[in-house]
Design a protein around this ligand. Sequence first.
Ligand SMILES: [Zn+2]
Ligand SMILES: [Zn+2]
Length: 228
Amino acid sequence: MHSRDSTRWDLEHALSQEGCAICRLTQKAIARFVDGLLYESVNDPGIRRRAAQALGFCHRHAWQMRAVHGSALGMAFLNRDALNQWQAQLEQVQKPRGRGVGQISKFVHHAAHANRAKEKCLVCERENEIEQRDLKVLIESLAEGDFCAKFRASAGLCRPHFAQACDAAARVETLDALIEMQIEINARLVAELDEFIRKNDYRFMAEGFGAEGDAWMRAIERLAGAAR
Ligand SMILES: [Zn+2]
Ligand SMILES: [Zn+2]
């Protein structure tokens, strides 16, 4: 299990790298979680039952797992159980043979129920837990000056994670500091975008691009969060 100290250390390290620290840490932790899931699913009926209740995985995570090298057998186990679960739900609402055609609206309603998962995607659930844990430690750590300095010098948070951080702030001072620092961090990116756009003008093209060359990509991540 992750201790608070190791989360704090991971956060500091992530803040020294590019992009949103919460996005980075979540990506890494989910990659590890998915590996474990695929490996353990072969022998763990509990995990398979849970994944079956969710009727497999959400679109994003299903394809992420598909892309993991060596995922074939794990995916076969997990998805066989999920398919069997879906089959069982469909069979429950099958029109009883020999009976006349019932009311279509009622039948459609039951069919919709049979196509619905009873549990959330297991990976989404884990992702949410990791984000909440890391955001909590991040917010607590902002009470310390040296951590604040690291945050200020970093690429801050993406807008979705920043919004979550604001929601989770328990003190006026923390929320005020968060907003003040993110404004400063965003202003740096806006200045880089200004420079990038200016240099795309044929009159200044000869100057060549510096660090602002990929500012347009960093702006995508800042607003939407990292690609998942
Ligand atoms: Zn993020
Ligand atoms: Zn998911």
